[in-house]
Design a binder for this molecule. Structure first.
Ligand code: AMP
Ligand code: ZN
Length: 665
């Protein structure tokens, strides 16, 4: 089989697996198997660059940078939708339609209204050509590079499609992915994103498509536009789109009457909270294209479609005070203290106000009556002020200038939304927050010590930083509130046990800004110990995989601080792990000493990495390409033909994985 063909088959296979996983949600192979195949394709493409294809599944990881997004005219205008808020309004809408069409039987397609950012994607001959944001409806921004990283969007279509058409859909961020992104931000002490919709639309305008590729975005399709489309109604359109490989949610229903539209609305008003993504209503569309044509458009929206907005769960209540919280990194978050009120089954007393800009934008004042809403997020938000109820002589809020906890002058960095308290070592919530982070499960995992006890220890002057934990004695902590002999002993034991926590977790525990769990792992693996890391230069750090300038800068800053140096010195003296302990491999031998191996293809018993490790553990070396110096080629399935030819030419023995194991005895 020729190489081009192999590449082609692998691409099609991977496209199908992507489709099974991201569109149908029914994977048929494991992630591991998928990664193996993708790696194999990547290797072939590296080896044979002449077969490059910008739509290969290997291109999904992104990498292209867009400095300026180009504005491009839409081939077909992207209209807005008229909104309605009651069934009466929908009945009026139907009457207006019947005025134009006469008293004909009408069918409607009912769809959910997905809350994200709209996108229009052009396909030519089944290939994704270009993706534009909505913009002003006439022209949008070209975000093709970013869109291509979203795996539920097909790069190549299946079946029988027209030469050229546009698909319209909504780019969304499902709740699960959104929470995961926020969890990671919280871990590195950053401010979490405020809602999935803004995060989804912000993602489309990131310059680095590799960043977009990391975000768990999805695309839900709702419309096809073009000439000569092979169907005559919206509902058939959705079904056809599915056949071509698009993700058009199955919740869409064909209603034979307005009555059935109401049933759809009632059902989803109740059940929308069970969906994995955010919805803010239902979109009702006259099903037949023929009728759609007759109805046409107003200046801004189609006459044949209307959005019905769910009543958001909203109440009004009074704003009593605003308090300011100081986080572990010193970030200030203003919090609204409200007159307690019942909302969506819970009592709400507080709402986040995010930052100074948000307060200014809302022009919110003490004593105001405000509207509070519960969206997809857990924390309720204030959406507006009821100006009709504003008390006389109220004054705009003047944002605090000094830290409420330590009275330091706050700083606000260029381009950042939050104010910070710069008193890293003297501001109590920052110190307590850092120690709480240090003991947390993914960090030092100190059992027997909880967040509240940390605050108690600090407030009683027993600890000022996480190194002090190792000096604590049972006698010192026994007098603390709710402390007994047993719990005091457990605490001391937990601290003692943390000396066995591996270096990578220790590095995460130190709470260096922007150094989350994954980054800590990368750094630990690369530098092996804290001394090497603390001496690394900026350039050196940036050269480490996945470390950017922002992280590198923060690492340098951390290690150049005198106080940090002292704390780390103390931790070291207590026996906390500051280097990677290479596991001693009981299977290690010297059997392959002096031998150079080249590994090629896919194996049954080993992953390629395991195989390479086995070679090195037994004293051998792994070469990257075949040369006269190579002693053996270990070949699995699908070994590259070029490698095969070269090995034969140089008379280098080609052995199977079984023969390799025999070498080891
Ligand atoms: P609006 O932004 O309020 O004018 O609402 C129109 C927007 O709703 C469109 O631009 C789409 O991005 C979005 N939308 C979400 N779901 C659908 C759907 N099922 N059909 C049509 N538009 C939808
Ligand atoms: Zn402070």
């Amino acid at each position: 089989m020729d190489i081009q063909n192999t590449i082609q088959i692998l691409r099609e296979e991977l496209n199908q697996h992507n489709y099974n996983y991201y569109v149908l949600d029914e994977p048929i192979i494991s992630d591991y198997e998928f990664d193996l195949k993708l790696k194999q394709l990547q290797e072939l493409e590296d080896q044979y660059p002449e077969y490059y294809d910008e739509n290969s599944p290997t291109q999904r990881v992104g990498g292209a940078i867009t400095k300026n997004f180009q504005t491009v005219a839409h081939q077909h205008r992207m209209y807005s939708l008229d909104n309605s808020y009651s069934k009466e309004e929908l009945m009026d809408w139907e009457k207006r339609i019947q005025k134009v069409l006469g008293d004909v039987p009408l069918e409607y397609t009912c769809e959910l209204k997905y809350d994200g950012a709209s996108i229009s994607i052009t396909y030519e001959n089944g290939i994704l050509k270009r993706a534009l944001t909505r913009g002003d409806g006439f022209q949008g921004d070209d975000v093709t590079n970013n869109i291509k990283t979203i795996k539920s969007i097909p790069l190549k279509l299946k079946g029988d499609f027209p030469d050229k058409f546009d698909v319209r859909g909504e780019i969304i961020l499902p709740f699960a992915g959104f929470e995961k992104m926020n969890q990671e931000l919280i871990e590195i002490g950053e401010t979490p994103y405020s809602n999935p919709r803004n995060t989804a639309s912000g993602s489309l305008k990131l310059q680095d498509s590799a960043e977009v590729a990391k975000r768990p975005l999805d695309c839900l399709l709702y419309f096809l536009v073009g000439n000569n489309l092979p169907f005559n109604s919206q509902f058939e359109g959705l079904e056809t789109a599915r056949k071509w490989g698009f993700k058009a949610p199955k919740e869409a229903k064909l209603a034979k009457s307005l009555e059935q539209v109401f049933e759809f609305i009632d059902y989803w008003d109740m059940h929308r909270h069970n969906l994995p993504y955010e919805t803010d209503g239902v979109v009702v569309k006259v099903n037949s294209f023929h009728y759609q044509d007759e109805l046409g458009f107003t200046a801004k929206s189609p006459r044949w479609a209307i959005a019905y907005k769910f009543k958001s769960e909203q109440v009004s209540t009074k704003l009593n005070t605003i308090s300011y919280q100081v986080g572990r990194t010193g970030a200030i978050t203003p919090v609204a203290n409200l007159e307690p009120v019942q909302l969506a089954g819970t009592i709400v007393k507080r709402a986040s106000l995010h930052n100074a800009d948000q307060i200014e934008k809302l022009d919110i004042r003490i004593g105001d009556t405000v509207f509070v809403e519960k969206g997809g997020e857990i924390i309720p938000k204030i959406i507006a002020v009821d100006l009709s109820k504003r008390v006389e002589n109220s004054k705009p809020i003047i944002y605090i200038t000094h830290c409420p906890e330590c009275q330091s002058l706050l700083v606000r960095n260029e381009g950042e939304a939050n104010h910070y308290c710069p008193n890293f070592y003297g501001c109590p919530p920052q110190i307590i927050g850092r120690i709480q982070h240090y003991i947390s499960r993914k960090a030092m995992d100190i059992e027997g010590l909880g967040g509240e006890t940390v605050a108690l220890l600090f407030n009683n002057g027993l600890v000022r930083n996480y190194a002090d934990l190792y000096d604590l004695t049972v006698e010192q902590i026994l007098p603390l509130e709710r402390m007994a002999q047993k719990s005091a002993e457990n605490l001391i034991k937990g601290v003692e046990d943390s000396k066995n926590i591996p270096f990578e977790s220790v590095l995460f525990a130190l709470g260096i800004r922007f150094v989350g769990e994954t980054v800590a792992k990368k750094l630990a693996k690369h530098y092996k110990n804290i001394d090497a890391l603390s001496q690394a230069s900026l350039i050196d750090l940036i050269l480490v995989e996945e470390i950017g300038e922002r992280i590198a800068q923060s690492v340098i800053e951390f290690f150049s601080n005198e106080e940090n140096k002292i704390i780390i010195g103390k931790l070291k003296s207590y026996g906390v792990q500051f280097e990677i302990i290479e596991k001693v491999n009981p299977n290690a031998t010297n059997k392959l000493a002096g031998k150079i191996f080249v590994v090629s293809g896919v194996f049954e018993r080993f992953s390629r990495d395991d195989l390479k490790k086995a070679i090195e553990d037994n004293g051998g070396k792994v070469g990257s390409s075949i040369s006269a110096k190579t002693h053996y080629v270990v070949a699995g399935d699908n070994m590259g033909p070029a490698k095969l030819e070269k090995a034969n030419k140089l008379n280098i023995p080609i052995i199977s994985e079984v023969e390799f194991m025999a070498l080891l005895g």
